[in-house]
Design a protein around this ligand. Structure first.
Ligand code: CP
Ligand code: NVA
Length: 308
């Protein structure tokens, strides 16, 4: 059977997303430690810092009976100019799967093209699919939605920078037919090509997608989700972004506009006092840190789905 990669949420038809989420929920509830990956190895290649993605994939691999192998980019021949093509061919002969966090999405696509093992996107400048699977799992858990269909009634609002995390959230909303509003300041909204791709799905899935810069669109939100204003790789824009994004902070005033059962999500790391106040981080600690924990369960389900 040909290998499959997880580069984007769009690599997963709705049926497969449901299967992965179902498996993640089952693994969490049963605390089942499988031994199915005995002797198997996952390469973990990180071009940028990571806490959750690195640790959740490592622990997931160990709990499934396999071994994570850290690939230090600086210590690899890639840093001396070895091509992605040759690196991918070599790693494919050693490993059973490769998780990559990279600056350029196209580099991860290139790795996937030449690898004969599954390649999993652990965040690029374009998407963060593994994060978003854990996020939807968290929404199901906190809003007691046993099935994906029950999620359709939940108004999800993302507020902040429409970057990788927001792109994957948009993709999953489009594929599953969810109700998603994305609120970003002008100039930091969903890119046209990203939206157009989502719109190809929305007609058949009845997803309700709204893209706006108007903060009042947060009204009656059941989920408020935010991400840092300055993503990794954009550090030179930090000062400018702090000013532009200030009105888009998740704070107590914003929460007053949401539904009374609203939960707050943050992919983390968070910068208290910037995109979210310390008060909101503390008040919604349960949903935010369960979301982080769910990375482990979701990543186990992803590994089981892709590594055979
Ligand atoms: N949310 C997330 O991917 O966290 P890390 O950058 O710590 O992996
Ligand atoms: N958008 C953030 C997500 C971090 C998990 C970044 O790319 O830095």
């Amino acid at each position: 059977m040909a290998k499959k990669d997880l580069l984007s949420i769009y690599d997963l038809p709705a049926k497969e997303i449901k299967a992965i989420l179902g498996k993640a929920i089952e693994l969490k509830s049963k605390k089942k430690y499988l031994d199915v990956f005995k002797g198997k190895t996952l390469g973990i290649l990180l071009e940028k810092p990571s806490t959750r993605t690195m640790v959740s994939f490592s622990v997931a691999m160990v709990q499934l009976g396999g071994v994570p192998i850290f690939l230090n980019v600086e210590k690899m021949q890639r840093s001396r100019g070895e091509s992605i093509h040759d690196t991918a061919l070599v790693l494919s002969r050693f490993l059973d799967g490769l998780m990559i966090r990279a600056f350029n999405h196209t580099d991860v696509e290139e790795f996937a093209k030449y690898s004969t093992i599954p390649v999993i996107n652990g965040l690029t400048d374009y998407e963060h699919p593994c994060q978003i699977l854990a996020d939807i799992m968290t929404v199901m858990e906190f809003h007691k939605a046993k099935k994906i269909e029950a999620l359709k009634k939940i108004k999800i609002v993302f507020i902040g920078d429409s970057n990788n995390v927001a792109n994957s959230l948009l993709a999953i909303a489009a594929v599953l037919g969810l109700d998603l509003t994305i609120i970003s300041p002008e100039g930091y909204s969903t890119k046209k090509e990203v939206l157009n791709k989502a719109l190809k799905y929305t007609a058949s899935t009845d997803a309700e997608i709204k893209i706006t810069s108007d903060i009042s669109a947060v009204k009656d939100a059941d989920v408020i989700y935010t991400d840092v204003w300055t993503s990794m790789g954009f550090e030179s824009e930090e000062k400018k972004r702090k000013k532009i994004f200030a009105p888009y902070q998740v704070n107590i005033e914003l929460l007053k506009k949401a539904s009374s059962k609203c939960i707050v999500l943050h992919c983390l790391p968070a910068l208290r006092g910037e995109e979210i106040t310390a008060e909101i981080m503390d008040k919604y600690e349960s949903s935010i840190f369960t979301q982080a924990e769910n990375r482990l369960h979701a990543q186990k389900a992803v590994l089981l789905h892709f590594i055979k």
